[in-house]
Design a protein around this ligand. Structure first.
Ligand SMILES: NC(=O)c1ccc[n+]([C@@H]2O[C@H](COP(=O)([O-])OP(=O)(O)OC[C@H]3O[C@@H](n4cnc5c(N)ncnc54)[C@H](O)[C@@H]3O)[C@@H](O)[C@H]2O)c1
Length: 412
């Protein structure tokens, strides 16, 4: 039996504390009077000093008008409020006479914990970020049957306190949950982007509904059910690896044309424009990263793969050339390596010297679902001193070459 304290026993914290109290000795503290049959509500000094684990479940409120119940897309974006979390951390510092395991549950945006909370916590304590995927109305059931448990540590390490928290959860869980261990920042991101995926999904199916209402002869359920049964690409892990943007002869032009349809039927918003705009800026961000590397090393930029994917000649809708466009816009030259490309402009077959190379083609990423496993072989010999920027983060270090995993900013 562990000694556990919950600071903040509101809608989330109280039910979670009561679940823990079925197996452990649990205390709760709140600035608002609370009562419970199984959790001992006490003052902050007793809670801090009588608990080995301290869970913080205080509010991280949005400002008035930012809950989505009234229009807000025209308003200045704002972060959540952090005052209650900071207050809870300071109270732990003030009262604790020994080292504590402090676990923050409250929802915050990625980067918040490292920047705003950890520097305030007395270094004698240990800190985990552990957000919950819990919905009102089923808090207790959700708590013990979660889709996953996210445990964030400073460096994403499983060992030590993260493993101890897992052991603690194993005493109360009913569904043998999946554990996702990451850095504080990664777990903040998993939690908040989980919600964004849901919002995006609902936004997409409701957009089909809007089109059904405008065009006629369409039952939205026939369309969304067909999409829901499309488990090869849409539902499932496919397209869940960040890397080069969506490309090819169909997807980009379909979205570009759908912009017209949104206007034609006066849908009132243009999600396609947002999707395509993001795709372009993502390409530009990657291009500028290549340019920065080229400047730093004093070498040229080459894109390994011009066709929109490996093993085909088609350069139509290619994300490589979109990235190339932004490289040129930044005043830099760009060449392509691609023995199959059907558009020979700027395609070379050899590298005369070291280059910054964007590893656009990765056969495994593209074709793994067919059971076709071979890796992409380099399209020519890669000179020593080259810097390979791998947007898929699959290449391993090679002697004489620098491999940069674009999208992985962990320091260890
Ligand atoms: N409610 C949910 O279903 C849910 C789900 C996932 C995540 N979350 C997150 O959990 C956090 C808490 O949410 P909630 O719904 O329980 O909020 P809530 O407002 O119901 O409860 C928070 C409790 O903290 C108390 N409190 C406020 N400031 C305090 C302080 N300085 N010291 C001690 N106690 C203090 C409040 O009196 C309240 O009882 C938020 O960050 C929220 O985003 C909530």
């Amino acid at each position: 039996m562990k000694k556990i304290g919950f600071i903040g026993i509101g809608k989330l914290g109280l039910d979670c504390a009561e679940v823990m109290a079925e197996k452990h000795e649990v205390r709760g503290y709140d600035i608002y009077p609370r009562t419970s049959d199984s959790v001992k509500v006490c003052d902050i000094n007793e809670l801090v000093n009588e608990s080995e684990w301290i869970f913080i479940a205080v509010p991280t409120p949005h400002a008035d008008g930012y809950d989505g119940s009234v229009p807000s897309s025209h308003m200045e974006p704002r972060d959540f409020g952090h005052d209650a979390v900071i207050d809870a951390i300071q109270k732990v510092n003030t009262h604790a006479r020994s080292s504590k395991k402090v676990v923050l549950i409250s929802t915050v945006l990625p980067g918040t914990t490292r920047k705003n909370f950890v520097p305030l916590l007395d270094p004698k304590h240990q800190f985990l970020y552990n957000p919950y995927l819990i919905a009102m109305g089923s808090v207790k059931w959700d708590m013990v049957n979660p889709e996953m448990i996210m445990i964030g540590t400073e460096d994403g390490d499983w060992n030590g306190i993260a493993g101890e928290l897992k052991d603690l959860y194993d005493t109360v869980m009913q569904n043998d949950p999946r554990y996702e261990i990451g850095t504080w920042d990664e777990c903040e991101a998993v939690k908040i982007f989980y919600n964004t995926f849901i919002s995006a999904k609902v936004g997409l199916v409701n957009m089909v509904q809007d089109f059904a209402m405008k065009i006629g002869n369409i039952n939205v359920d026939v369309v969304t059910n067909a999409l829901a049964r499309s488990t090869m690409r849409i539902m499932g892990p496919k397209y869940m690896t960040a890397g080069m943007g969506d490309a090819g002869a169909c997807h980009p032009r379909d979205n570009i044309a759908l912009r017209w349809l949104a206007k034609e039927y006066n849908i009132g918003y243009d999600l396609f424009d947002t999707v395509m705009h993001a795709r372009e800026i993502q390409a530009r961000n990657l291009a500028l990263f290549l340019v920065e590397n080229a400047k730093q090393h004093g070498i040229n930029i080459v894109i390994h793969g011009k066709a929109y994917k490996p093993d085909v000649p088609y350069c139509i809708g290619s994300y490589s050339t979109l990235v190339g466009h932004y490289i040129k816009e930044a005043g830099f030259d760009v060449k392509y390596l691609d023995p199959l490309a059907d558009d020979p402009a700027d395609v070379i077959s050899e590298l005369a010297g070291p280059a910054v190379i964007l590893w656009a083609h990765d056969r495994k990423i593209t074709y793994e679902y067919t059971g076709d496993q071979p890796e992409t072989e380099p399209y020519c010999e890669i000179p020593q001193g080259s810097v390979i920027v791998d947007p898929w983060r699959k290449l391993v270090d090679m002697t004489g070459l620098t491999v940069v995993h674009y999208g992985n900013t962990r320091t260890k």
